[in-house]
Ligand binder design. Structure first.
Ligand code: FAD
Length: 276
């Protein structure tokens, strides 16, 4: 049976010309301590941006200079939205949104680099990862030593995300999945070392027959068999690398499944909802 909707939808009401203010006001506020921290973050970023970030050059060269990426790592900007327990700043959603707004003001492509890394690239690990997975990967992700990407879209599956064709086949003898497929238009696709990948695997249904179900996986570039295409030549946000990512016979350990096997579609939707 479908879940009963208890709250009216703000977006749906807009189509009827209604603005349901009660659902969006009062606007969320940062507490005093976080607001003070944000002032410090803003101060250090604005100085850095003034010295190092040239948005016109980034757009013209269609690339964020490594000097800028390294500077953001030093400022701790790859971990702003990650809990302090894993080495991040632990910003709330409100503060994180303000931080992205601030970076976007300096350069939109740079805000996408950070946003795709934290809001979608490593979000499934945050929301559905085991403690062991978090301990293993987050310390390197918050420092920017590893950059994250979210790999859902494929040449034949965009809005219809359930139509993905990337395949994960369990190899019980080797204790890993063999992953094959291509992903398209992946933000940070050519920079990332850590990929949240959605693929289909055969899982027996209640009828005992095998069915293709989506599972989410942690894939790292050093597993081998991961390559990326040239960044797309876009009309805007040119410095943000949007690239294809290819997986060829990648051996993904069983323990790299994020969340439950066969529940990857829910993982993807939760990540996208949270990211938005
Ligand atoms: C700059 C950029 C960065 C991206 N980064 C990522 C990323 O990091 N990771 C990732 O996985 N993907 C990424 N994507 C892909 C993005 O998520 C897809 O483009 C998106 O899901 C839409 O898919 P599509 O482009 O195949 O369009 P389609 O699904 O082909 O849709 C084309 C048009 O048809 C409409 N449409 C589709 N289905 C219906 C329907 N049933 N009824 C009515 N209208 C419909 C859509 O609204 C749209 O206007 C990125 C895309 C861009 C442009």
């Amino acid at each position: 049976m479908s879940k009963k909707v208890t709250k009216p939808s703000f977006s749906k009401a807009l189509f009827s010309g209604l603005i349901l203010e009660d659902l969006v006001f009062p606007f969320p506020k940062m507490d005093k301590e976080e607001a003070e921290n944000m002032d410090l973050i803003r101060e250090s970023f604005e100085k850095f941006a003034e010295d190092k970030i040239d948005p016109a050059a980034i757009d013209e060269k269609a690339e964020i200079p490594s000097e800028v990426i390294d500077g953001l790592k030093e400022l701790g900007f790859f971990g702003l939205n990650t809990p302090e327990a894993y080495g991040g700043f632990g910003l709330s959603a409100t503060a994180w949104t303000k931080a992205l707004e601030m970076v976007c003001h300096a350069d939109p492509s740079t805000s996408l680099l950070l946003g795709a890394h934290q809001s979608i690239g490593i979000k499934a690990l945050h929301l559905f990862g085991t403690e062991e997975q978090k301990q293993k990967y987050l310390p390197r992700l918050v420092t920017g030593e590893m950059i994250g990407a979210f790999c859902l879209t494929e040449p034949g599956a965009g809005s219809d995300a359930a139509g993905i064709k990337t395949k994960a086949v369990r190899d019980e003898a080797q204790g890993c999945y063999i992953l094959n497929g291509s992903k398209l238009w992946i933000t940070n696709g050519n920079l990332a070392d850590f990929f949240t990948v959605f693929a289909k695997e055969e899982i027996a249904g209640p009828d005992g027959d095998p069915h293709d179900k989506i599972t989410a996986f942690i894939v790292t570039r050093d597993m081998g068999g991961v390559t990326s295409g040239k960044p797309e030549n876009k009309m805007g946000i040119k410095g943000s690398a949007t690239a294809a990512v290819f997986f060829e016979d990648v051996k993904v350990p069983f323990e790299n499944v994020i969340g439950e096997r066969g529940r990857g579609f829910k993982v993807a939707m939760e990540v996208l909802n949270s990211g938005r």
